[in-house]
Write a protein that binds this ligand. Structure first.
Ligand code: ZN
Ligand code: ZN
Length: 217
């Protein structure tokens, strides 16, 4: 008897909030050639050096951005603010992107959310003449009139991701003895004298570290 009037009890449906594995159409499209969100059409720019085009756009973050403690969630809104400028060799892209980050604090492991802003300046060249063989991996090329910003965005974000994100600058982390969050436990948290004496020097070290930190800031 789990319900009173015989109606089925609505339970949480996995994926009901749009993150279920069933909604994979989008992510499969974002592999390979790009989902389109990061592809800009350069037809209206033309090839006259000096002409430019400003575009702002909200794009959905591609999969697999980031690793370790901080990632840009797949599908999250990324605000792009770009200028495309025709130069003799191709299109110079200048601009910025703001993307949300989720992760966990490197000290206390609490979940955290923040955002990162990255700036770009990238030259996308027109395809080289068939005679020239340029195979420099660093170079980016236009695909006809299409400019796919995703690889440049990906490289810029991966460089900008924090290696040790913190929930706050002065996060005290976890107690080395019992693992409690020191922010919750308070400054008087300790384990008295009955602990393993081998920890003694470590504890002292930790205390003096913290005093130094405070003096620095
Ligand atoms: Zn923390
Ligand atoms: Zn403790």
């Amino acid at each position: 008897m789990s319900n009173v009037n015989g109606k089925p009890v609505a339970r949480g449906v996995p994926g009901a909030h749009g993150q279920g594995p069933g909604l994979s159409g989008k992510s499969s499209a974002s592999h390979g050639r790009g989902s389109g969100d990061f592809v800009f059409d350069m037809r209206s720019l033309g090839r006259q050096p000096g002409s430019f085009l400003d575009e702002t756009r909200t794009a959905h973050a591609p999969d697999g951005l980031g690793s370790g403690l901080a990632v840009v969630p797949a599908g999250a809104d990324v605000a792009l603010d770009m200028r495309f400028e025709a130069v003799s060799e191709g299109v110079l892209v200048t601009g910025s992107a703001i993307a949300p980050l989720t992760g966990e604090c490197a000290r206390c492991l609490d979940p955290l959310t923040s955002s990162t802003e990255v700036s770009f300046q990238e030259l996308y060249r027109y395809l080289p003449d068939p005679g020239e063989d340029e195979t420099d991996d660093e170079e980016r090329f236009l695909d006809g009139d299409r400019l796919d910003l995703e690889p440049a965005f990906r490289d810029a974000v991966v460089l900008a991701l924090p290696l040790s994100p913190l929930c706050r600058e002065d996060c005290p982390g976890l107690c080395a003895e019992c693992g409690v969050r020191l922010a919750d436990a308070g400054p008087l948290h300790g384990h008295g004298e009955d602990l393993d004496p081998r920890w003694g020097p470590l504890r002292q070290l930790e205390v003096s570290d913290r005093v130094e930190d405070r003096q620095e800031s």
